[in-house]
Design a protein around this ligand. Structure first.
Ligand code: KG4
Ligand code: ZN
Length: 381
């Protein structure tokens, strides 16, 4: 592998069920080139439980972290690696600890600067990877231009973030309860589909009526304190009062009640017995109506934020970004187009961590103390 004159950063990601490591090189024009990308998922271990089991995930990271890093750095000498970036939050405590302790140890023994990375921010930075030495990646041609409206939709997060510049951002809103991906996973359980729910619910939805029932979209009123500060610094005429927070727990309960009603049972009917009582047509209608409503909940807020903040680019990160329904609604309603990152870089991976780390290194952000970097499971944007 021929390395240019840029900075090469190793990214390590273990916040949930993927053990991942990757190398990204940033050049003097800030182009980011993917040099390696290794992701090992422990999803199979969790599938029968319908969701990630934290203890199993952490143990799996212990087994996989070193082999995955070895694979990602194969053929490259440590003298060619300029820094290590690691996810230190948000995520599962036990899982984060494995990645952070591995990165701390490597930073100490290899004498490399250590850059702590926020997982949610990294999902947005995946979109800065615009070149690849690896085959099979379909990457955006242009890097996102600031201001960026970042939409993070995954199994653990649903957030809208406005980035004015690198490392200068304001959280506009976030979910107050479940993430959108979690809601997909729960609806998959109700309709007897496998975990993860997003792809399976999406496939079933194709056979159903997306307007079969009326499912509620939560009305939120809470406004993030930082959003209030941002609004107060803008022209008075542009100040609005809407909330950018989401809620998906009401929608999830509404789906459950709808399913119980369809088979003539009341709210005491156990959800685990629903799949065998619902007909295929009923399941498809549930999937389609839920999917349309959940995606609308996100897209409604994206449109409002676009109107209030006029971003130059809208960027999507997280596993739910693969949803064809999300892409359809966004292209129908958003006045500007979106360049989607390759799906392999949208779900959890080490390259997004390396990409954010590469900007931290390139723009001279402070490195962390490798003897004391701690984890922050509830880290916010
Ligand atoms: O970003 P990700 O890989 O992991 C987290 O950080 O959570 O996202 C996983 C989530 C799962 O909830 C999965 O159901 C959802 O992304 N997902 C989708 C699709 N593909 C994955 N949701 C909707 N439509 C899809 N095609
Ligand atoms: Zn994620």
């Amino acid at each position: 592998m021929i390395i240019g004159m840029g900075l090469t950063i190793l990214g390590i990601e273990t916040s949930c069920d993927e053990t991942a490591a990757a190398l990204v090189e940033i050049d003097d024009k800030q182009n980011c080139t993917l040099l390696s990308n290794v992701v090992l998922s422990s999803m199979d271990l969790h599938a029968k439980y319908g969701g990630v089991v934290p203890e199993l995930a952490a143990r799996s990271h212990v087994e996989s972290a070193i082999p995955v890093i070895e694979e990602a750095t194969k053929g490259i000498g440590w003298d060619e690696i300029d820094g290590i970036a690691v996810t230190y939050g948000a995520g599962l405590g036990g899982s984060l600890l494995v990645g952070v302790m591995t990165a701390r140890t490597l930073a100490i023994i290899k004498n490399k600067p250590l850059f702590p990375v926020n997982h949610v921010e990294a999902h947005i930075y995946a979109n800065f990877i615009n070149r690849s030495k690896l085959d099979g990646y379909s990457l955006p041609v242009k890097q996102p231009a600031f201001p960026i409206l970042g939409v993070i939709v995954s199994g653990g997060h649903s957030q809208l973030v406005l980035f004015q510049n690198h490392f200068e951002y304001t959280l506009l809103g976030r979910t107050q309860d479940d993430a959108i991906g979690e809601a997909f996973d729960k609806v998959a359980k109700i309709t007897g589909l496998p975990y993860p729910g997003g792809p399976s619910v999406g496939a079933l939805a194709k056979h159903g009526d997306a307007y079969a029932f009326n499912l509620p979209k939560a009305k939120m009123s809470s406004v993030n304190p930082n959003l209030n500060i941002l609004r107060s610094t803008r022209q008075a005429s542009s100040i609005k009062s809407q909330s950018y927070d989401f809620s998906f727990s009401g929608l999830k309960t509404a789906v459950l009640r709808q399913a119980q009603e369809l088979i003539g049972e009341d709210y005491t009917f156990p959800s685990k017995d629903l799949p065998e009582r619902l007909s295929e047509a009923q399941k498809a209608n549930i999937a389609a109506t839920f999917q349309r409503t959940a995606v609308e909940t996100i897209v409604d807020k994206v449109i409002l934020a676009y109107e209030e903040f006029s971003p130059a680019t809208v960027v999507i990160g997280g596993g739910v970004a693969a949803s064809p329904e999300l892409r359809r609604q966004l292209s129908e309603r958003l006045p500007i187009g979106i360049e989607y990152q390759d799906p392999k870089l949208m779900t959890d991976n080490g390259a997004m961590v390396a990409a954010l780390g590469s900007f931290k290194a390139f723009l001279n952000q402070d490195a962390a103390d490798p003897y004391s970097l701690d984890i922050f499971p509830n880290l916010s944007m």
